[in-house]
Design a protein around this ligand. Structure first.
Ligand code: PHE
Length: 341
């Protein structure tokens, strides 16, 4: 039989590197069939006076083995933990991170903003819920103008003075009330009209409106600004045309078409075979509007324009149904990843 000293030195020189070694150690020194246990078995055959001393030595030996075992075990467990949590398998294929895309309407809003900001316009934002003054009265709408009608405007709880803005021209009023010319702002935002939803119209849509007021601002300035915008948006080959129109807040007023970028002017469904697509309304700010906002109309003049973002987006991305922009169908939205900036 091995002596206590021999077993002690075996314990002390035992190398444990993995879970298997650990189990061998346990079987050899701590199990019921271990050599240490059989030493305990010898106790009962011993003389009474030797028992105490021998028993103490075997006890110490067993404590030594137990301590070593505990030490080895915690090292091996920590290593196993590390393996799973800290050192992943570096040869494993990477998990795909899905990067979202911007909504096409946001992409277009940002693009329009950027173009105008480059020539000195700054963006202002304001409330969706407005009052009659900022949406209609200050903008020279006659008392009986049909736009004020409940058929066109969403009123809040039928209160005639609280409504959802039908255009962001309300922000032009808010700007002019606060600030004297020169004024050069664009007003991006969501607008609401009580209209039936079809492939070409929706009751919610987005606008970017613009306003420039200073001394000696002319119709020619407006035309040149809008041509610059159209060329940056659709390319240098694009042509524009202005058709006479009417808005209560501008005089003279016009609507602007761009040459159809789908058929290049030859005629297609989008341009209804005319070669032209209307993208905005514009005009010289009516002197009444300037005066309503506290600006001297004998000293200053200005132009304003408002464009519908959905229409522009449909033109740019060649989609034929405005409802796609409001349905949040991922199959549609994911196609705009490449355009997200
Ligand atoms: N506010 C008009 C609209 O919503 C657009 C517009 C703005 C027209 C400024 C002329 C001048 O249709």
């Amino acid at each position: 039989m091995k002596t206590i000293d021999e077993i002690r030195s075996e314990i002390e020189s035992f190398q444990v590197e993995n879970a298997e070694n650990l189990e061998q150690f346990r079987l050899q020194f701590l199990s019921k069939k271990s050599e240490i246990q059989s030493l305990f078995g010898q106790l009962k055959n011993m003389a009474q006076e030797d028992r105490k001393e021998f028993g103490q030595l075997v006890n110490d030996l067993r404590d030594l083995a137990q301590n070593h075992y505990n030490g080895f075990k915690s090292v091996i467990e920590a290593a196993a933990d590390k393996k799973t949590t800290l050192i992943p398998d570096i040869t494993r294929p990477a998990t795909q991170q899905s990067v979202g895309s911007m909504h096409p309407i946001s992409i277009m809003m940002n693009e329009v903003r950027r173009i105008f900001e480059d020539i000195g316009f700054s963006a202002v934002e304001g409330p969706d819920i407005e009052d009659d003054w900022h949406v209609f009265t200050a903008l020279n709408f006659a008392e009986e103008h049909p736009a004020r009608d409940m058929q066109d405007t969403f009123f809040i709880e039928l209160h005639p003075d609280v409504l959802l803005r039908t255009h962001t021209s309300s922000l032009q009023v808010r700007t002019m009330e606060k600030q004297q010319p020169p004024i050069r702002v664009i007003c991006p935002g969501r607008v609401f009209r009580n209209e039936a939803i079809t492939s070409r119209a929706h009751c919610i849509f987005h606008q970017v409106e613009g306003l420039y007021v200073a001394e000696n601002v002319s119709f020619a300035d407006m035309k040149q600004t809008l041509l610059y915008f159209a060329q940056r948006m659709f390319g240098d080959e694009v042509r524009i045309r202005l058709r006479p129109s009417y808005f209560p807040f501008t005089e003279p007023s016009a609507e602007m078409d761009v040459s159809c970028n789908i058929c290049g002017g030859a005629g297609c469904n989008l341009c209804k075979h005319t070669g032209w697509v209307e993208i905005l309304g514009c005009g010289m700010v009516d002197p009444n509007v300037l005066e309503n906002c506290g600006i001297d109309s004998t000293k200053y003049s200005g132009f304003a324009f408002g464009l519908g973002i959905e229409r522009m987006t449909m033109l740019k991305y060649r989609t034929n149904d405005i409802r796609l922009y409001f349905e949040n169908d991922l199959r549609f939205l994911q196609q705009f990843k490449a355009a997200t900036r």
